[in-house]
Structure formats: structure tokens, C-alpha cells
Design a protein around this ligand. Sequence first.
Ligand code: NDP
Ligand code: X2W
Length: 345
Amino acid sequence: MKAAIIGGTGYGSIELVRLINKHPYLKIGSVVSNSQAGESFSEIYPHITDIIDQPLEIFDTESLCNKNDVVFLATPSGISKNLVPQLFEKGIMCIDLSGDFRLRSGKEYERWYKHSPSHEIFLHQATYGLSEIYSEEIKNSTLIANPGCYSTASLLGLLPIIKTNIVDLDSIIIDAKSGVSGAGRGLSITSHFAEINENLKAYKLGAHQHIPEIEQVLQDEAGSPITITFTPHLVPMTRGIMCTVYISLKEDVTTNEIHQLYSEFYKNKPFIRVRPEGTLPATKEVLGSNYCDIGLHVDPRTNRLTIISVIDNLVKGAAGQAIQNVNLMNGWDERTGLEDVPMYP
Ligand SMILES: NC(=O)C1=CN([C@@H]2O[C@H](COP(=O)(O)OP(=O)(O)OC[C@H]3O[C@@H](n4cnc5c(N)ncnc54)[C@H](OP(=O)(O)O)[C@@H]3O)[C@@H](O)[C@H]2O)C=CC1
Ligand SMILES: CC(=O)N[C@@H](CCC(=O)OP(=O)(O)O)C(=O)O
């Protein structure tokens, strides 16, 4: 099966290339670039020399759909909402890595992303691609809204406990940290070496675009309105996300009981590793892999549960989960092409 990538020179794209290159059923058909069409991909990214030597292409719906079976849109928000309708009409599978189709409400999209929304038909056609939770819906979909990176780590950490009645749903606080590749390849003052090296910054307090995405899924799963406190931070590392989630318990439960609940919830989910009681995951332990590792701790003094959830933002947080979704859409084993051991140290 041939795959096209749009947003060719970005970090999401180059991670898709790495993963597709070793996937047994996928081959790279086209890599589309808005800014560098006609140029050699391996001249822009010399690490793929002699591996992928093809020119970057201009966007052309007709030729893209003739040559490919699936398209990954790895463009900034506000772009894919204009491209998906033309691609969808041709019957090609679309996986959007941006936020354009994640929120069901166009009004909410406009409020948080500051762009006009996609047509409602497409917002309703899109399936939210959190692979572990919505695998059945994903199998029957041809348009996937791949989740945001912070949303993936936060939701995988929270969903098992949200479905019980032992937590105070008004008490959720997510303290999130991301490596700089989460901001993409574009140059900016915030990701400038001298600004981020040996520094730690919080940003977008109460205004981050993943807040409505996380709340939408939590509400769907809990069946009642939920508002969260979410604080993202930029940390001086290249890859990795850690979400430290705090939630108050309404009953006396032990770490051991919570651990059993999570282990049961994720027992058939190969990419979720619930860490043994007493151990906590670190970002380096999932580096380059599609794993989400989860550590759990109940503090009996405060009766609060702390959940530590880590992913590689470019793999489980973007390209890896996108491929996991294509595997599901095609009836392949969801692990296909994604069984890398994390890179350590
Ligand atoms: N980085 C991450 O960890 C994650 C990213 N995402 C999302 O995935 C998407 C891609 O992210 P990422 O690869 O990191 O971002 P980058 O900024 O690295 O790459 C995006 C690419 O899109 C293309 N592009 C930029 N502006 C336009 C435009 N106006 N019109 C058309 N194409 C444009 C450019 O490639 P070219 O000029 O070659 O076309 C650019 O390199 C984003 O929506 C991001 O929010 C989601 C989860 C995690
Ligand atoms: C470190 C960093 O800047 N991260 C990005 C997350 C990128 C992402 O997933 O955002 P989308 O919702 O647009 O897909 C941010 O906080 O905006």
C-alpha cells in the first residue's frame, strides 16, 4: 500500500518516513512540500541519504490520489481542513496529525485554534484516533483525527480511573512537560537554543488547544461535564512528554488496587505498559518507540492519586499512533512496523 505525506519537511513527516520505511505493508509514494517542492528530500534531511532519494512534490489532488492509497497530513492547524474535502471525495484514507478535526464543535475549534473551522460534515465524519480506546470506530473509518501529543499522554493516563465512581471529577490537574520537537521544525524565539537550554518555561496557561480536546474525551467517557487545569511546560530536551496528573479520590483505595484496575484496563493493549507498583516511568524509557508508560501512586495522607504518563511526542504522540491507526483501518495487527525497542540511553 502506498502512502503520501503532506507537510513534507516537518518533524512529523520525517518521523513518518522513518516508520513507514520499515513497515512491511506500507511504502512511501509521495512526499508533498509546500515550501521546497522539486528539491531532493535527502538533501534537506541528509540522514535519509541512500534510503529515500526522491524529489519533494507539489500538492496535486489528482496525481496524489492516483499514486497513493493513504495520505498523512502533517501540516500546521488550519491547513488540512481545506485539503481533506478534496482528498476524501476521491476515497483515499486520510490521517490528519493536526487539530483540524479533533473537536466536534466548529465554534470550539475557532475559539481555541483561532482559525475558521472545517465544514461540519467533516467534523462529524472524523474519528478521534486514540488507538487504544477507539479501535473499533477507527477500523470502520476513513478519516482519522490523530490526537494531540499532550492529549494522548493525558488521556491514556486518566481514562481507566475516569470510568470508575471513586474520583472527584472536578479535581483534575495535569502538569505537562514537552521536549522542543513538540513545537515543530519552524524557527521561533521560544525554541532558540539560548532561550531553552538550561531553562524551564510554562506557557499557554488556561489557553492551550489540547484543553478542549482532553475535556471532550473525558466527558464522553465519564458521561458528565468535566473541566481540567492543564499547564504545559517546555523542557530542554529534544523528544518526550511527561504528564503528571493529580486527581482526588472519594474513597480509601491503595496504590495496589489502582494498579490492578489499570493492568486490567490495558491488559490487551501492547503499547501501554503499566509500570510495577513502586516504579515510575521516565521519558527516555519510551524514546523512539510507540509505548506509553504509566506509573501510579496513591498518597494516603492526601487521598490523591498521582498518575505519571510518558510518551515520545513524535511517535505515540504523532507519527507512531498515526501508523497504529492505519494498521487498525486495514485490519493488520496494530503492532505492525511499530515494535521498536526504545532507544537507551
Ligand atoms: N511535533 C510534534 O510532536 C507533534 C505535532 N503534531 C501536529 O502535527 C502537525 C505537524 O507537526 P510538525 O511536523 O511537528 O510541524 P512542523 O512545523 O515541523 O512541520 C509542518 C510542515 O507543514 C508544512 N507547512 C507549514 N506551513 C504550511 C502552510 N501554510 N501550508 C502548507 N504547508 C505548510 C511545512 O512543510 P513543507 O513546506 O515541506 O510543506 C512544515 O515543515 C502539526 O499540526 C502539529 O501540531 C501533533 C502531535 C505531536
Ligand atoms: C512543545 C510545543 O510547543 N508543543 C505544541 C504541541 C503540538 C501539538 O500537538 O499541537 P496541535 O494541537 O496543533 O497538533 C504546543 O504546545 O502547541
